[in-house]
Design a protein around this ligand. Structure first.
Ligand code: SF4
Ligand code: SF4
Length: 146
C-alpha cells in the first residue's frame, strides 16, 4: 500500500493545464533546469481560488511535465515510475514518499517552493506507462508522447 505524505503548501492547488504546450504565450519557455525545459517560471499564475500563487516555479519538463506550483511532495509519482524518471529537487539523488526535504515556514526555501518538488530529471527515459499521471493526487503531471 502506498503511503501519502501530502505537504501543506497553504494554497489551493489545481490540475496542470493539459494544453500548456499549445499555449506558448501563456507558458513560454523561461529556462532550463537539470536538462529539461521550464515554462512560465517567474511568471504570476493563479491557484484554484483565483489567487496568485505565492510561488512562481513554472512547469518543469516537456514530455514528462510537472507543474511545480501544484506539486505537494507526496512522492507517489516516484514510487510508481518503473524507470526512475523523477528525483526530489531539494534532495538530489533521493526519490520516493517520505524522502523529500522538509521545507519550514519562514525560510527562503518556503518562500520559493513551499515544499520539495518532483523533478523529471530523466524525462527521456519515460516509457509512457501513465502511472505517474494517473496517481498524482493534485493532477499536476501531464505526459505527452513526442
Ligand atoms: S509515464 Fe510512466 S515511465 Fe513515464 S514518467 Fe510517468 S511513471 Fe515514469
Ligand atoms: S508530482 Fe504529483 S505525485 Fe509527484 S510528488 Fe508532486 S504531487 Fe505527488
Amino acid at each position: 500500500m502506498l503511503i501519502e505524505l501530502v505537504r501543506d503548501i497553504g494554497y489551493k492547488t489545481k490540475p496542470i493545464d493539459r494544453d500548456f504546450l499549445q499555449k506558448p504565450n501563456e507558458y513560454p519557455v523561461t529556462g532550463e533546469h537539470n536538462g529539461h525545459k521550464v515554462r512560465a517560471g517567474g511568471m504570476t499564475r493563479y491557484d484554484a481560488e483565483g489567487k496568485p500563487y505565492p510561488t512562481s516555479n513554472g512547469i518543469h519538463g516537456t514530455q514528462v511535465a510537472v507543474d511545480w506550483e501544484n506539486c505537494v511532495a507526496d512522492g507517489v509519482c516516484m514510487d510508481v515510475c518503473p524507470v526512475f524518471v523523477f528525483e526530489w529537487a531539494l534532495n538530489p539523488g533521493q526519490a520516493g514518499t517520505g524522502k523529500d526535504k522538509p521545507v519550514e515556514p519562514g525560510t527562503p526555501e518556503w518562500d520559493q517552493y513551499r515544499c520539495d518538488k518532483s523533478d523529471p530529471i530523466r524525462e527521456n527515459d519515460c516509457i509512457f506507462c501513465m502511472a505517474c499521471e494517473t496517481s498524482c493526487p493534485t493532477q499536476c503531471i501531464k505526459i505527452t508522447q513526442p
